[in-house]
Write a protein that binds this ligand. Structure first.
Ligand code: ZN
Ligand code: ZN
Length: 172
């Protein structure tokens, strides 16, 4: 039993405790039991960098010597998403990924269709555009998500394709 909250996957900062406290408060306010299993799941996802699948989360829990059933993992992720502490992502892999919200401001994603690499970016011009586009169509902008699918530089080099601005290679 390695009880080391926070983990050290990304090796960055010590994000968990304050967020965990907020999650506990949310559970109590909604008359939901604050169980150590829920806390363990929250600790994994809120302390991680990047985009975790349920499988990633289960692996980390196993490595920590914690036993949490799949149903509890899903239920806890659902609760964390409801209280706005994690965001669900779908990168077209046939399953969801999750990333933490606190300490991780709004951003978009580039996804490599060859190796699956995910790169995060933020673009101020794009952020301004979204409001303008919404307004143009009579919408009040609420939120948005953008995923750009393509081939990363490394995969282009491996394929012997001149990288950067060349048009994307055709099928296969
Ligand atoms: Zn790639
Ligand atoms: Zn992201």
């Amino acid at each position: 039993m390695t009880a080391r909250p926070g983990g050290s996957e990304g090796g960055q900062g010590s994000p968990a405790p304050a967020f965990l406290e907020a999650f506990r408060r949310y559970l109590r306010e909604h008359n939901l039991p604050v169980t150590s299993q829920r806390e363990q799941v929250a600790d994994v996802i809120l302390g991680a960098q990047g985009h975790l699948s349920v499988e990633d989360i289960e692996r980390t829990l196993r490595e920590r010597g914690t036993h949490v059933g799949k149903a509890t993992v899903y239920r806890t992720l659902d609760l964390l998403a409801r209280c706005g502490m994690i965001t669900e992502r779908d990168f077209g892999e046939g399953f969801r990924r999750y990333e933490r919200v606190p300490g991780h401001p709004h951003h978009e994603h580039l996804i490599c269709v060859r190796c699956g690499k995910v790169v995060e970016f933020r673009n101020e011009r794009l952020e301004r555009m979204k409001a303008m586009i919404a307004e143009e169509y009579g919408f009040q902008h609420h939120h948005h998500r953008l995923e750009i699918y393509g081939t990363c530089r490394e995969c282009q080099l491996r394929d012997g394709v001149a990288p950067v601005s060349s048009p994307p290679p055709g099928p296969r």
